[in-house]
Design a protein around this ligand. Structure first.
Ligand SMILES: NC(=O)c1ccc[n+]([C@@H]2O[C@H](COP(=O)([O-])OP(=O)(O)OC[C@H]3O[C@@H](n4cnc5c(N)ncnc54)[C@H](O)[C@@H]3O)[C@@H](O)[C@H]2O)c1
Length: 433
């Protein structure tokens, strides 16, 4: 099959490279010329484990290429995927569909023969109808079907998730799209990943409902963590005991500083807007957003408490800035709220993250270091915000030697009090006394 992937970001690049690896001919398009040039030079614009080798293999095989204009990719494609960003609209929390509609208009001009236009971007219910209306208006002569095919991959494990998904959701209103979608995802039959055919509006909602549920699950265990601290229980033991119940499941039950990232904050917010407009408010999701925002802000207070309530003149060494490990993505990372709050309370911050280079543009007055021990040099507190593997087995003697005082606030529970306290550390975690 011939595939055009419009938008070559975290989702478009991974999806395009994986489709090429399935044997399809893929052209990835992006408006960002610098990004496309980097890709043509064999350099990855993002950090995602395994991506560089996957892209190189498929470029070399002649199945994957990159373009800055639609004309090279859309005409003659069997499927055109829209994988552009749908950020939160400034001020009101609706999904900003500017990029989606701009892409649709450019696609319209170039449709040639029966083409399936597939929305991979996360878009609110009814967007597929609007895309169809735009295409019909601009190209009444064109043969096309508009399909919703939301993406569920996780950054940091994106290739594995794309190739072995729990399910592939295909929302369609036109039977002509079915054989094209089935052929595109045929290799997944071997992995027994179910293709779930639903109507287009249900498909659009499945994506938002899934993300809202996961955000709620994280927020639930975070509140249970607070209760654990108050009553002397251990959230990790509670989480394990709860998660072993198959009706609940153990994933997304890890207490932490609150969810962030490129999806949950904007998608929960957009879903709440949709629900309000439909006069079917989602109180659980609204509360989740509120509790999570408050939690991120409260994390700086946890550091202040650990330092007897006074951060003036104190140095905090931060380990981890990205919203989760194994990605360079800084979008809505908890660190972006926690660090300014620490600074506002008088702390000096020095920080290290293996891949979160964009933090240099997003955070002010932070002394960025090149390794974990450098970030902890002279610090009054080590603050673990992101659980990168390289922070899990630090040389604790060295940590103690470089810090001004041996105090650790571990927002990801990657250490245990039993291993740190006997070595002379003061240790605070999340949801454990
Ligand atoms: N990042 C994730 O983990 C993830 C997971 C599932 C779904 N999604 C959804 O996938 C979509 C894309 O997310 P992302 O993280 O890949 O975004 P991204 O910002 O990394 O990539 C979007 C790309 O689209 C390009 N673009 C914008 N307008 C364009 C246009 N008119 N024509 C061509 N290219 C254009 C941008 O230059 C950018 O490179 C969003 O709707 C997001 O919610 C993301």
């Amino acid at each position: 099959m011939r595939v055009a992937m419009i938008g070559t970001g975290y989702v478009g690049l991974v999806s395009g490279a994986c489709f090429a690896d399935f044997g399809h001919d893929v052209i990835c398009v992006d408006k960002d010329e610098a990004k496309i040039q980097r890709l043509r030079d064999g350099k990855m614009p993002i950090y995602e484990p395994g991506l560089e080798a996957l892209v190189a293999r498929n470029v070399e095989a002649g199945r994957l290429s990159f373009a800055t204009t639609y004309s090279e990719a859309v005409g003659g494609a069997d499927a055109v995927f829209i994988a552009v960003g749908t950020p939160s609209r400034r001020g009101d929390g609706y999904a900003d569909l500017t990029y989606v509609y701009a892409a649709t208009e450019e696609i319209a001009a170039l449709i040639d023969g029966f083409t399936v236009v597939v929305t991979k971007s996360t878009v609110p219910v009814g967007t597929g109808d609007e895309i169809e209306a735009i295409l019909k208006r601009l190209r009444p002569d064109a043969q096309f079907a508009v399909v919703s095919n939301p993406e569920f991959l996780r950054e940091g494990a994106a290739i594995e998730d794309f190739k072995r998904p729990d399910r592939v959701v295909v929302g369609m209103e036109d039977e002509r799209a079915r054989p094209v979608m089935a052929e595109l995802y045929r290799p997944l039959n071997l992995n027994e990943s179910p293709l779930l055919y639903v109507d287009r509006r249900s498909s659009e909602l499945i994506k938002y409902a899934s993300n809202a549920f996961l955000a709620m699950k994280i927020t639930f265990i975070n509140e249970i963590a607070d209760l654990c601290e108050a009553v002397g229980a251990d959230v990790q033991q509670v989480s394990r005991g709860v998660g072993l119940d198959k009706r609940i499941g153990s994933k997304f039950l890890h207490a932490g500083p609150g969810y962030g990232g490129s999806c949950f904050p904007k998608d929960t917010s957009a879903l709440v807007r949709t629900a309000h407009d439909a006069r079917a408010p989602l109180n659980l999701v609204e509360t989740t957003i509120r509790v999570n925002e408050a939690r991120k802000k409260a994390m700086a207070g946890k550091v202040a408490d650990a330092l007897a309530g006074d951060l003036n003149g104190k140095t905090v060494g931060v380990l981890g800035l990205t919203f989760k490990p194994n990605t360079d993505d800084m979008r809505d990372a908890p660190s972006l709220q926690i660090i300014p709050a620490l600074q506002a309370m008088g702390a000096t911050v020095q920080a290290y993250d293996p891949e979160g280079h964009e933090a240099r543009q997003l955070l002010r007055d932070v002394d960025f270091k090149n390794g974990p021990y450098e970030a902890l040099e002279g610090a009054d507190c080590a603050l673990i915000i992101t659980e990168w593997d390289e922070f899990r087995a630090l040389d604790l003697d060295r940590v103690k030697a470089v810090m001004r005082r041996p105090l650790v606030v571990d927002l990801r529970n990657i250490y245990r009090a039993e291993e740190l306290r006997p070595r002379g550390f003061t240790y605070f975690s999340v949801g454990r006394s």
